[in-house]
Design a protein. Structure first.
Length: 255
């Protein structure tokens, strides 16, 4: 049993009236454990472990809210949560995905969100059909990149596969150009490589630039896996090593 499985088991075994207290305890103890074990080694691994913790808490809240008579749905992690790149106390960005508008269930959605809010989590959420996802992705580049990072947490895997297939099939070819324009506008507006206190996430050369590179690769080559990009001839072995080492270092600094 993995550490994440242990966290999930403790949450699943908690009585309903004690779940919030158990979840808060698991969250605090797990963060201390993760930081103690890995902070001096690899910040990127810490991000993965913190995401595993969020997965355990969110899916436990989901399990307590869902019922057998639910219409087809999927709970999808977006953004940094979807990429499995979370810092302690990062926002949790969730998409409640449904096949049809009439399938949406406010009671179910509230049942997932309220326990997370009770824990003090900052939760961003949306409730959309697959058609609404595709429309939003074509209209707004920031929403598009968040949804490109989508990862299934729970629910209907076939519905999630349809979401991924339709999202990437319908994305305009201009997405890489739009992403680069969005990045450049952000740099022009507020960021500079000359800052005395640069932002590890958002300043030029930071984590957001690495994410931008991988978003473009995802649209053009169908993967964000650095090793696969080497196989495809997009990156050299040396460039892949630089990218991995840089990402690992920036996550270490962020912690």
């Amino acid at each position: 049993m993995t550490t994440a499985d242990t966290w999930k088991e403790a949450l699943d075994n908690a009585a309903s009236e004690a779940w919030t207290d158990v979840a808060r305890t698991v969250h605090e103890q797990a963060l201390r454990e993760v930081e103690r074990e890995q902070l001096d080694d690899n910040g990127f691994d810490v991000a993965r472990r913190v995401t595993d913790l969020a997965d355990a808490i969110v899916t436990s809240a989901y399990d307590r809210s869902t019922s057998n008579n639910m219409k087809p749905h999927a709970l999808v992690a977006l953004g940094g949560f979807g990429r499995r790149e979370m810092a302690p106390y990062s926002d949790i960005d969730l998409l409640f995905l449904f096949r049809r508008e009439v399938d949406k269930s406010p009671e179910f959605i509230s049942g997932v969100l309220h326990p997370l809010w009770d824990l003090g989590f900052d939760v961003g959420h949306s409730s959309r059909t697959v058609a609404e996802v595709v429309k939003m992705a074509r209209e707004d580049v920031e929403s598009c990149t968040a949804m490109m990072d989508g990862r299934l947490l729970a629910g209907d895997s076939d519905l999630f596969a349809e979401y991924a297939q339709r999202l990437f099939r319908r994305l305009p070819k201009s997405v890489p150009t739009q992403i680069n324009k969005w990045r450049q506008a952000r740099i022009d507006n507020k960021d500079s490589v000359q800052l005395l206190e640069p932002n590890v996430k958002d300043s030029p050369g930071g984590l957001r630039d690495i994410q931008t590179t991988l978003w473009v690769c995802n649209r053009r080559y169908g993967t964000t896996n650095i090793d696969e990009l080497v196989t495809l001839g997009v990156l050299t072995v040396t460039e892949a090593r630089w990218l991995k080492d840089g990402r690992r270092f920036l996550w270490w600094v962020r912690y």
